[in-house]
Structures are given as structure tokens and as C-alpha cells.
Design a protein around this ligand. Structure first.
Ligand SMILES: [Zn+2]
Length: 480
């Protein structure tokens, strides 16, 4: 088991695993071509050829998963046996699992959980690296990566950044926190190893204050910003309104973000640059990314099988219909995912993309189904509320939703706090307009409270973390 790794007596020096010897790089790049080769061949493979490749990798992944105690237990309990699954057509027969199962597996077998398939008694030592999920409550969820797992993720990060305009010698400023969470370090590895561009790791606002971020950006001629859209917007507004510098004069070419339902248009306007959406997780790295045409995110289908299914019946959804994303990895050795219910809501994008890629695309991530708030019988997503706030030019796009039970009436109420775009905005007018718009779009009455710019910083954690808080549910205090 993994934890024994830490308790063993020291191995002889000759047994220290070396990263570069742990991998056959040429072989790996044949299997997962990096940019730019990827775009000539793999990205244009016919659907049939892609399916054949996926099936072969899927069956290998199944074989590997059967060696891991987590799947032996989970699948065994459903009556599955090794060899039951013979093709991709059988995928629907496999019981899915969710983050709750992962947490339970960690509880059962701390600290990493028995879904990480590593046995020091049997396996040769591997150089390992650990990163985590963001984690707003309790300990963040750890994930260990083998050299191959990590390197495939790096190759894919490189493809994604190439699609979004990053080229050799470009300066890429990474405004993601550099600590436990995977995003920042994965960006660094992908940029450095697979784009020829230069990562500049300024990190979150807590690591490099916003004004220093701006000084560096201008002095070193940053061309691309990687970060959360809320923070990139904040940096642009500080530049424009406090420092009186037009962000559009800085030569920024692309904003590389997980857009979700944040408003793309206003973000692009502030910077005079294209904002590109991406879908990624700490377990998988980037699963899908937009190309220059911004028509949905191309799934890297040689590395992932994505399904979009009905959250209740688990039946596949047709293109354009929303459902939750199930993820299956086609390359992971230490902790393969087979039908992982991500709880992220999206839809397959219908039609083709002018770039000529044959890989399927997903629409934006509309929210997380487990982030849904049930308020007086209506299902609400904080992200959707944020989308509506983002459309209003009198607000600056910042928001936080507070749900509580009114002391007097016992009725559940949600108040959406927003920030006014500038001092000229009448806050009562903004509150009234937004409340009417919420009623119109969501069919439910929400209170709106507008404050000055920066007034929500403390509640959302915007300038100190890269995990911005959008929902504070006071009905269930134990859930944060
Ligand atoms: Zn495309």
C-alpha cells in the first residue's frame, strides 16, 4: 500500500528513480503527439479511426483498473467480473462513481485512498509528484501522478495552449496559486516543456500583489494571461480605473481561463484580447479546450472519453442537451478514472468547427450539479446568477450569493451581493434592475445588494486566493 512507501527504511542510492529514465519520451510522443504535430494528424483523425484508438486504450485502461482495490470493490459489488467489458459499447454497463466514493476511499485507506494503484512491494520505485483539488472545506483531495501520467497531462496542456495562440518565446504570466492546487504547476510544466514559451509564475494575488502583477506584465511584455476570469478581470479594472492605464495598450493577446458561465464579452473588452475557455481537473489536467474559433471546447479524445448523461437516469444526452459529464481516462496508470461522475454540467456542441478538428466539442460548463441550491423549490446555480450579473454593464461582474433563513418569517432567502462598476452608478437602480432580471430569467425573487468596487473582496477571497467563493449557505453552517 502507498503509505508504506513513507515508512520503509531508506533504499540504496542506486535505486533512486530518475524521472527521465522512467519514460521513453519518443514512444510517449508517438502515442500522444504534442503540438504542433498533433494538429496535422491526431486532431483530424476520422471518427472511425478515433473510435478504434479509443477502444484499444479503453480496454487497456480497464485491465489496469481491475488491478486497483477501489475498482475491484466498486465493480465487484455490482457483480462485474474482469473480462465482462469487451468493447466501448459496454461502457454504459459500468457503474459510475463520484467524488463521494473518492472521499470514502481516502477515509478507508488514508492518506491517499485505495484508488491510487501503487504497491511498493511489487512495483519498481517511481518518481512521484502530488497535487490536490482546490478544497474549500476539510483537507484538499490529493492525487499522485506517475511520470507517464504527468507527462501526458503536460503534452495536453501544451496542445491546449498552442490552440489558444501560445508560441515559442512568448511570455505567459500564470496567475494561479502555486501551492497544493494543481492548476498553476501544471500550467508551468506544459508551457515550459511543450510550447517553447516562457512561464512567468506570478501566482495569485496573495503571492504577487495585483499592482506588482501589472508592473511585471508591462516590463516583461507578457503576451498571455493564465488565471481565473474573476481575477484577470480584477487586474484589468485596477489597471484601467486606479492606475489609469488602458489594459488594451499592453499587447495581451489571449486570456487563458476556465470561463464557466462568466461573461466572455466584457472580459475581452477590458483587455482587447480573446478569452479562451478550458475544462480541466486536478485528476486529469485539461480535458477539453477551445480553439481560435471559440465554438465550444474540443475534447482531447485520444486521452479521454467524455459522456454527457442525464443526472437521474444516467442515459446519454443528445448534442445540445445538458447533462452531467462522466469522465473516462485513456492513459492513466496510478489512478485511472472509469466513468467518474464529475457533477459538471455541460452539453455536446452540435455541428462542426471550422478548424477541421474531428474531436467532439462540449459547450461551456454551466455549473456543478452538487453546487445547486434549492431555494423554495427552485433549483439555482450560483454560476448562472453570475452569468446574469456579468451581462449588466452597471455591475463589474463580481458577486457572491448568501442563502439564509429569515429570522422573522423562517423563509429561505437568497441575497446576491454585487459590486457597482464605478462611482457614477446608482446602486439602488442597479439593485432594482438586477432583481427584476433575476425574476425574469430564474423565475424566483432574490434580494440584491450593491456595494462599491472591492467591497466583496473579503467575502469572495478574490485578491487572496484563486478559489473564489460564490456561495455562502448559512442554512447549513457545517458545510461552510
Ligand atoms: Zn475548433
Amino acid at each position: 500500500m502507498t503509505q508504506q512507501l513513507l515508512r520503509q527504511s531508506p533504499r540504496p542510492a542506486s535505486a533512486i528513480p530518475r524521472y527521465y529514465r522512467a519514460l521513453d519520451f519518443e514512444q510517449l510522443w508517438q502515442e500522444f503527439p504534442p503540438a504542433p504535430e498533433y494538429f496535422d494528424e491526431r486532431n483530424r483523425l476520422s471518427r472511425d479511426a478515433l473510435r478504434t484508438l479509443q477502444e484499444e486504450r479503453f480496454l487497456t485502461q480497464m485491465e489496469r483498473a481491475w488491478q486497483i482495490p477501489f475498482y475491484q470493490r466498486h465493480w465487484g459489488a455490482a457483480g462485474m467480473e474482469p473480462g465482462d467489458i469487451r468493447s466501448l459499447d459496454d461502457l454504459l454497463k459500468i457503474p459510475p462513481f463520484s467524488v463521494h466514493d473518492l472521499r470514502e476511499a481516502i477515509g478507508r485507506n488514508p492518506p491517499w485512498g485505495d484508488f491510487i494503484g501503487l504497491d511498493p512491494a511489487r512495483d519498481a520505485p517511481l518518481p512521484l509528484v502530488l497535487q490536490t483539488s482546490g478544497g474549500t472545506t476539510g483537507l484538499p483531495r490529493p492525487m499522485l501522478y506517475s511520470p507517464r501520467d504527468r507527462e501526458v497531462m503536460n503534452v495536453i496542456t501544451g496542445r491546449r495552449l498552442y490552440m489558444q495562440g501560445v508560441r515559442p518565446f512568448d511570455i505567459v504570466q500564470v496567475m494561479l496559486s502555486l501551492g497544493l492546487a494543481n492548476g498553476g504547476f501544471l500550467a508551468r510544466e506544459g508551457i515550459w516543456k511543450y510550447t517553447g514559451a516562457v512561464p512567468v509564475m506570478t501566482g495569485s494575488g496573495a503571492q504577487t500583489p495585483t499592482r506588482r502583477q501589472i508592473e511585471i506584465m508591462r516590463a516583461w511584455k507578457t503576451r498571455h494571461l493564465v488565471g481565473f476570469p474573476a481575477y484577470i478581470r480584477h487586474v484589468g479594472l485596477v489597471m484601467r480605473d486606479e492606475l489609469k492605464i488602458d489594459p488594451r495598450s499592453c499587447g495581451i493577446q489571449s486570456l487563458i481561463v476556465h470561463l464557466g458561465v462568466e461573461d466572455r464579452v466584457s472580459l475581452q473588452e477590458i483587455w482587447g484580447a480573446r478569452a479562451y475557455d478550458t475544462y480541466g481537473t486536478n485528476e486529469c489536467g485539461s480535458l477539453a479546450a477551445e480553439c481560435e474559433h471559440q465554438r465550444g471546447m474540443h475534447v482531447f479524445e485520444d486521452a479521454f472519453m467524455l459522456e454527457i448523461v442525464d443526472p437521474d437516469t444516467q442515459q446519454p444526452k443528445a448534442p445540445g442537451e445538458k447533462g452531467v459529464i462522466f469522465q473516462t481516462t485513456l492513459f492513466k496508470h496510478l489512478a485511472p478514472l472509469v466513468r467518474f461522475n464529475s457533477n459538471d454540467l455541460s452539453a455536446f456542441a452540435p455541428g462542426d468547427c471550422p478548424c477541421g478538428s474531428t474531436h467532439r466539442r462540449i459547450e461551456r460548463i454551466y455549473g456543478r450539479s452538487d453546487n445547486m441550491v434549492k431555494l423554495r423549490g427552485t433549483n439555482l446555480f450560483p454560476e448562472a446568477i453570475g452569468g446574469i450579473v456579468g451581462e449588466n454593464r452597471a455591475a463589474n461582474g463580481e458577486y457572491v450569493c448568501i442563502v439564509e433563513r429569515a429570522a422573522a418569517t423562517g423563509r429561505e432567502e437568497m441575497t446576491v451581493w454585487v459590486e457597482a462598476a464605478d462611482r457614477a452608478v446608482s446602486r439602488p437602480d442597479l439593485e432594482k434592475t438586477l432583481a427584476a432580471r433575476f425574476k425574469e430569467v430564474l423565475g424566483v425573487t432574490l434580494s440584491v445588494k450593491a456595494v462599491e468596487r472591492g467591497g466583496l473582496d473579503e467575502m469572495t477571497g478574490l485578491s487572496t486566493t484563486s478559489k473564489v467563493r460564490r456561495l455562502i449557505d448559512k442554512r447549513h453552517p457545517e458545510q461552510d
